[in-house]
Ligand binder design. Structure first.
Ligand SMILES: [Zn+2]
Length: 286
C-alpha cells in the first residue's frame, strides 16, 4: 500500500514537473506542441519604396510599390526554425523620416519579439536561425537570436563580416559572429525528414537562400526571399538589371523546376499583393 502511495506521489510530481516545464514565462500562451509541421507568417515590418525601375519594372507595372517584410517561423516536432528577422524592433512606432535607408523608409508597428510572444515563443526556444540573406531588411533583429544555432552559408558569412559590410545591417547581426554556427551547403534538410529545406538560390547575394516547407494540409510552399520582390517580376519576366549577369536567372530556373516537381506554391515575401492575403500569426499554415 505504502509503495502504491509512493508510486502515485511520484506520478503526480512527474505530471506537475512536466506541466511546469511547458509553462512559458510571464503568462505567455504555451508553445504549441505539434505533430505536424506548422508555418507562421510574422509581421516584421513594411518598406516604403517607390523605385520599381530598380527591379526592371515601370511604375505602371506595379500596383503597390511598397514591400511587405515578413519573417517565417517553422514549428516542427523536432525543433523551431526562425527564417529572417526583418526590420529592427527599435523602429517600432517611429516615423519613416527617422530611418530612411537610401530612398526606402521603414514602417514598423509590432516587434518580432511580440509576434513570437503571441504564439508562446521566446528566443531561447528557437533551435535554428537562418536568414534568406544579410541585407538590412532581413537581419534587423538577428542579434536577439544569436543563442540559436545559426545555419549559415560561408559565401554569405564572408560578405557579412568583410571590412566593407554595410554598417547598418551589420549592427543588426554583429552578435552572430559569436553564435554557434553550422555551415550548410547546397540544399539543406533542416530536420532530416525532407519537410523543411533551405534551398541554395544565390544571385541577389552570394549566399542567398529560399525556404521550402512541406505542410500536411497546405502542401509545399517556397518563400523565395529576395529572388523576387514584385509579383510582376515573375509575370513579366523581369529582374533587377544588376542581377541579370549574376546567378539570379539560374536560381529562378531552379526554383521553377522545384515548384513544378513538388507541386508547391511560390511565396514572394516582399510582394504586398501576396502578403495582404496571407494567413498571419497568430494564425498558421499546416
Ligand atoms: Zn529584402
Amino acid at each position: 500500500m505504502a509503495l502504491k502511495r509512493l508510486a502515485a506521489f511520484f506520478a503526480v510530481m512527474a505530471c506537475c514537473l512536466a506541466a511546469a516545464a511547458q509553462t512559458p514565462p510571464s503568462g505567455l500562451p504555451p508553445l504549441p506542441k505539434v505533430s505536424d509541421v506548422r508555418l507562421y507568417v510574422l509581421d516584421c515590418g513594411t518598406i516604403i519604396s517607390h523605385q520599381p525601375e530598380r527591379f526592371g519594372l515601370a511604375r505602371e507595372d506595379v500596383p503597390d510599390p511598397d514591400f511587405s517584410d515578413p519573417c517565417f517561423l517553422v514549428v516542427h516536432p523536432k525543433g523551431i526554425l526562425l527564417f529572417d528577422t526583418g526590420l529592427t524592433d527599435a523602429q517600432v512606432g517611429r516615423p519613416i523620416y527617422e530611418n530612411k535607408m537610401g530612398y526606402e523608409g521603414q514602417l514598423k508597428t509590432v516587434s518580432l519579439k511580440g509576434e513570437l510572444a503571441n504564439i508562446g515563443v521566446t528566443a531561447p526556444m528557437i533551435t535554428y536561425l537562418a536568414i534568406s540573406h544579410s541585407h538590412w531588411d532581413h537581419v534587423g533583429n538577428a542579434n536577439d537570436y544569436a543563442g540559436s544555432t545559426w545555419l549559415a552559408r560561408k559565401a554569405e558569412y564572408d560578405v557579412m563580416f568583410a571590412a566593407d559590410a554595410n554598417a547598418v545591417a551589420r549592427k543588426g547581426y554583429a552578435a552572430l559572429a559569436h553564435a554557434k554556427i553550422q555551415y550548410i551547403e547546397g540544399d539543406h534538410d533542416v530536420f532530416g525528414d525532407g519537410s523543411v529545406v533551405l534551398l541554395s538560390t544565390p544571385g541577389h547575394t552570394p549566399g542567398h537562400q529560399s525556404l521550402y516547407v512541406k505542410l500536411a494540409r497546405t502542401g509545399g510552399v517556397v518563400d523565395s526571399g529576395d529572388l523576387y520582390h514584385y509579383t510582376a517580376e515573375k509575370t513579366l519576366g523581369r529582374m533587377p538589371p544588376r542581377e541579370q549577369s549574376l546567378e539570379t536567372p539560374a536560381s529562378r530556373k531552379k526554383v521553377d523546376a522545384f515548384l513544378a516537381r513538388t507541386h508547391s506554391q511560390l511565396w514572394m515575401g516582399h510582394a504586398i499583393d501576396w502578403y495582404q492575403n496571407a494567413v498571419k500569426a497568430p494564425g498558421w499554415y499546416d
